[in-house]
Design a protein around this ligand. Structure first.
Ligand SMILES: [Zn+2]
Length: 468
């Protein structure tokens, strides 16, 4: 009965609307609040009502995706959405853009702005007719533009984005060192090491040297793989005419040959990945399993025949400071706690996806695992968590590399360039580390110090001085 009384009291001209947000749009309103709050703006949705209505029309009578009605005091704010139109069905990013546009009118008092950026794209998501600002479709991925449009939306103006002008000066000093793709490592002497076309290179005091049998004590080797141990000393694995060689870098071009003429079980053993764990055990992954060489030289081969391991190529091996070894093989993420046992996780017993696992990074009490544009965290207690990449500020960027910067923050090499993630799992904006169109697809990188990074795309190996 009380409800009817309340209804009677409000039956005349309403003086305010109260919060009424249907469940299907709650996620977008939450994202709007979050994006406002990371930009220092607190949003109240106390008076926000969202309704659905077919056949909405704009001021000039043309069909509209949504509308916003409000009074001067903003005690009445009604957003209407026509969810029968294509924008609703098309994609999550397009839904968000339309809803954010209407909330821009209703909650931020923004009016339409039809200005353009130098490349002809809308300057603002308050554009009166365009809605493809940061669209994601099977044919195009413009999601890297999202952080600019949200800056502009909440601040009513933003610095011109790096992607809107082909001749943009990145402000960084970039030196291309070679036209090859490379894994990059930095050792404890700040020497930068890379491998390319099966050769080993070092970069020191401004010079690149290719290490070979003439200028070093290493024999002629191929299929070179490198890894750092817990002291950040460089180890080299290679194939010789007569078995395999494992050597540790000492000084200049001098190496300690730890194993020579090494033969390994099961015939040809093409190493794909190499890691050294915190117990000084050497791990090698090939197309069907793992080899471990203990610090006393005992060689163990783990594969489908002698253990529960899957018969898939080993994609990557990683280890932390507590003796844990992790590796990815096919669709499986595998944890070795330091003994000869393996815990195997995949889509059957965890939230991990069916395919696409690629990089890993031990961090604090667990490991980050990437799968294309997704990121997961494995906690040592055995649980998995999926990072919400939209809330993290990187809706859809393929991850090629995971590492740390000197401050201990996580750095991501992505198809949309270098991104840095803070402790709250919020990722830096696209233009913050923009190295130009040709240097976007970063597959490996390392920080030499706070100001200098070495990075590789599929085409180039380059150095960037980060101080602008
Ligand atoms: Zn509008």
């Amino acid at each position: 009965m009380a409800i009817f009384l309340l209804g009677c009291e409000k039956e005349k001209t309403p003086i305010s609307t109260s919060e009424n947000i249907p469940d299907v749009v709650k996620e977008y309103v939450d994202r709007f609040r979050l994006e406002a709050s990371v930009r220092g703006i607190e949003i109240s949705t106390k008076h926000l009502t969202i309704e659905f209505e077919d056949g909405l029309a704009g001021n000039n009578g043309t069909p509209a995706s949504g509308s916003c009605t409000f009074n001067d005091e903003r005690t009445i704010t009604i957003v209407k959405l026509d969810t029968t139109k294509i924008w609703w069905k098309f994609s999550d990013m397009l839904r968000e853009a339309v809803i954010f546009h209407e909330l821009g009118h209703c909650l931020l008092s923004r009016s339409h702005l039809d200005d353009e950026l130098p490349d002809g794209t809308p300057k603002s998501m308050m554009h009166s007719s365009d809605i493809s600002f940061y669209v994601l479709s099977p044919h195009e991925n413009k999601t890297f533009r999202r952080d600019y449009y949200l800056d502009e939306l909440f601040h009513g103006g933003a610095e011109e984005p790096c992607w809107a002008n082909n001749n943009v000066d990145t402000g960084f000093n970039i030196t291309v060192v070679g036209n090859f793709q490379s894994n990059v490592h930095r050792d404890h002497q700040s020497v930068i090491w890379t491998t390319s076309f099966q050769s080993l290179h070092k970069y020191q005091n401004g010079f690149m040297t290719t290490i070979d049998e003439i200028n070093s004590n290493l024999p002629l080797i191929s299929n070179v793989k490198i890894a750092l141990d817990r002291f950040d000393s460089l180890w080299v694995w290679g194939k010789t005419d007569d078995g395999f060689i494992i050597a540790k870098h000492k000084n200049e071009n001098e190496f300690e040959i730890v194993y020579n003429h090494l033969s390994l079980p099961n015939g040809p053993f093409d190493v794909r990945v190499f890691n050294i764990d915190s117990r000084d055990q050497l791990w090698f992954g090939n197309f069907e399993g793992l080899i471990k060489i203990s610090n006393t030289g005992i060689v163990k081969h783990f594969n489908q025949d002698n253990s529960s391991l899957p018969k898939d190529p080993v994609v990557t091996i990683s280890s932390d400071g507590n003796g844990n070894v992790y590796y990815v093989s096919g669709n499986n993420f595998i944890h070795n706690p330091g003994d000869d046992s393996f815990e195997i996780f995949n889509s059957n017993n965890s939230i991990l996806p069916r395919q696409g696992l690629n990089k890993m990074l031990p961090h604090k009490e667990g490991v980050y695992i990437s799968s294309r544009a997704r990121l997961f965290f494995y906690d040592k207690d055995g649980s998995f968590r999926r990072i919400d990449m939209i809330r993290a500020n990187m809706p859809q960027s393929r991850i090629n590399y995971l590492g740390h910067n000197p401050q201990g923050n996580i750095v991501l090499g992505t198809e949309h360039g270098l991104r840095v993630m803070d402790e709250n799992e919020r990722i830096s904006n696209y233009c913050e580390y923009y190295f130009g169109e040709a240097r976007k697809d970063i597959i490996s990188l390392v920080f030499e110090d706070n100001h200098t990074i070495w990075a590789s795309t599929f085409q180039d190996f380059f150095k960037v001085e980060l101080q602008r």
